[in-house]
Design a protein around this ligand. Structure first.
Ligand code: KG4
Ligand code: ZN
Length: 335
């Protein structure tokens, strides 16, 4: 079964083809992502209207390009999966409209996929031996959640952020220190040059039991430290390092707690912040210490992409699930 996946929930147009006849990473016949970063950079954040218009321009050419790279004809597609939410409503509607139209024209099922379920299942795409039960840390620009996965489709929320998501905290902190959009990866790159311990920020909500997070106070701590500093390049790097260490430690402490609570030894990390090198190293060290394992998708599958949507859609289709013909999206949607 060959499933076309379409992702347009925010500022990345992603398209992929996943082939269930080739389990594991070989199943990903082709995938392509067009990033709108340059388009939104001058506004310092994503402008929803511009995002929708650009998806309209880029999506169909990207579908053609991806199918050509996969060496698969449009008529040989068995299902079309698309991100139906959560995300920007206009951007979601572009993907839903195109996906539904293609599915209707090809007379194949369309599958509405939850964006975060896509992220959650991405690590399984590359590692067919990885199976539930496991604990997943979903860390993106919009979400920070710990989820116990008993089976595909059976998810239990263990904890989540009460305010900013981890990626959002990275982006906002970067912005307040004058780094251009999108700040998260740049802040992480800058932190590489910073001295550990030069600035020490708190590890929010780790001094009490529970698995929820709060990152907005950390951003305020950085704001005050930055405002009272000499604002030199060295200081910026030191503060970036202090901030990154605080976020990474906080996430790591809660991951360990979640593994204990779930009685589980496998941790799966997904979402854009999962591309963070220091987080990867820290969680690797914890897994080694516990005699368990941690799995991350490769960085290209951590950030938004069509491959995770094609893969999640393929799993749903194999389970006999698909959606009716309405072009509907859910900008807010619990998984
Ligand atoms: O999953 P994603 O691509 O989009 C959402 O669904 O949100 O995640 C994007 C988020 C952004 O906030 C970005 O700053 C963050 O992931 N991010 C990083 C890194 N790479 C991406 N944060 C910290 N370190 C990184 N290396
Ligand atoms: Zn995402």
């Amino acid at each position: 079964m060959r499933v076309l996946g379409i992702e347009t929930s925010c500022d990345e147009t992603g398209v992929a083809v996943y082939d269930t006849d080739r389990p594991g990473p070989d199943g990903l016949r082709a995938h392509a992502v067009y990033s709108q970063i340059a388009l939104h950079a001058e506004y310092g954040g994503v402008v929803p209207e511009l995002a929708s218009r650009d998806h309209v321009r880029k999506l169909l050419p990207l579908v053609r390009q991806t199918l050509a790279e996969a060496g698969i004809a449009m008529r040989d597609i068995d299902g079309v999966a698309y991100t139906a939410g959560p995300g920007l409503v206009g951007a979601l509607l572009v993907g839903a409209g195109v996906a539904r139209s293609l599915a209707w024209a090809l007379d194949v099922p369309a599958i509405a996929v939850h964006h975060m379920e896509g992220h959650l299942l991405a690590p399984l795409l590359e590692d067919p031996d990885l199976k539930p039960p496991f604990v997943a840390l979903l860390v993106s620009g919009g979400h920070t959640q710990l989820i116990e996965v008993d089976a595909i489709g059976r998810y239990r929320l263990l904890g989540e952020t009460l305010d900013d998501a981890a990626g959002e905290a990275f982006d906002k902190t970067a912005k307040l220190m004058g780094l251009p959009y999108p700040g998260g990866p740049q802040l992480a790159a800058l932190a590489e040059q910073g001295r550990p311990g030069a600035y020490k920020f708190s590890r929010p909500m780790t001094d009490r039991p529970g698995l929820d997070f709060s990152f907005s106070g950390l951003k305020t701590q950085v704001l005050l430290a930055w405002r009272d500093s000499d604002q030199s390049e060295t200081t910026r790097a030191d503060i970036a390092r202090g901030f990154e260490d605080a976020v990474v430690d906080t996430l790591a402490i809660k991951c360990e707690r979640a593994l204990d609570a779930a009685g589980c030894d496998t941790l799966v990390v997904a979402g854009g912040v999962g591309a963070n090198k220091r987080l990867r190293a820290k969680l690797d060290a914890i897994a080694t210490k516990r005699g368990g394992r941690v799995r991350f998708p490769r960085p290209a599958l951590c950030t938004d992409n069509g491959a995770m949507i094609a893969f999640a859609g393929a799993l749903r289709l194999q389970a006999g699930q698909h959606s009716d013909t309405a072009v509907s999206v859910q900008p807010r949607w619990d998984m």
